[in-house]
Design a protein around this ligand. Structure first.
Ligand SMILES: NC(=O)c1ccc[n+]([C@@H]2O[C@H](COP(=O)([O-])OP(=O)(O)OC[C@H]3O[C@@H](n4cnc5c(N)ncnc54)[C@H](OP(=O)(O)O)[C@@H]3O)[C@@H](O)[C@H]2O)c1
Length: 166
């Protein structure tokens, strides 16, 4: 199983305002659907509650530290390690779908990042974490025209030959 992050951010790196995503961009959700369909989504409890339901055609693992947190049709994990172990038993690859807290924890474990940049600056209070340009290599870039233009990029983790200890 591969582990990917998937996110959309503004030019100033905002991904959310309160529980909402502070833009409406035609076509951008379709891209998310195409990339994640048939796979497993891992998301924080706040992101799940802002969506309000498991997304069709995908398995959902919600991360929460709350005791006895349950949502119909979803798995719940109390740690990132548990979330990834559960995802391994579910379908396809694992797509970490936010929000800010979960991206930050999952970035060191990601094999790749599907990152869409919306060509606008917005106010918000949740951001996509900085990630090392050295650890990831840009593999694909597609620009889309819409009510707000956006650019999809796929970054893959750079595989370095392991260092042997003597
Ligand atoms: N633009 C995008 O692509 C995108 C994608 C997704 C979300 N968003 C936005 O991001 C915002 C939400 O992000 P957020 O950072 O506020 O919240 P979040 O990451 O969605 O959820 C945070 C919650 O996850 C749980 N959690 C965090 N770390 C955990 C761990 N190690 N183990 C178990 N549970 C853990 C906790 O739940 P409990 O409190 O239940 O313990 C925590 O309160 C919203 O504005 C949303 O719209 C944007």
């Amino acid at each position: 199983m591969k582990t990917y992050l998937i996110a959309a951010r503004s030019l100033n790196n905002v991904i959310g305002r309160g529980l909402e995503i502070p833009w409406r961009v035609k076509g951008e959700q379709k891209l998310f659907k195409e990339i994640t369909m048939g796979h497993t989504l891992v998301m924080g409890r706040k992101t799940f509650e802002s969506i309000g339901r498991p997304l069709p055609g995908r398995d959902t693992v919600i991360m929460s530290r709350r005791n006895n947190y349950r949502q119909d049709g979803c798995s719940v994990a109390a740690t990132l390690e548990d979330a990834l172990a559960i995802a391994r038993s579910l379908r396809g690859d694992c797509f970490v779908a936010g929000g800010g807290e979960i991206y930050l924890q999952a970035i060191p474990l990601a094999d790749g990042i599907h990152l869409t940049t919306i060509h606008t600056e917005v106010e918000g209070d949740v951001w996509f974490p900085d990630f090392s340009e050295q650890a990831f290599e840009l593999k694909r870039e597609v620009r889309y025209r819409s009510n707000k233009d956006y650019t999809y990029r796929y970054f893959e983790r750079v595989k370095r030959p392991g260092c042997k200890t003597i």
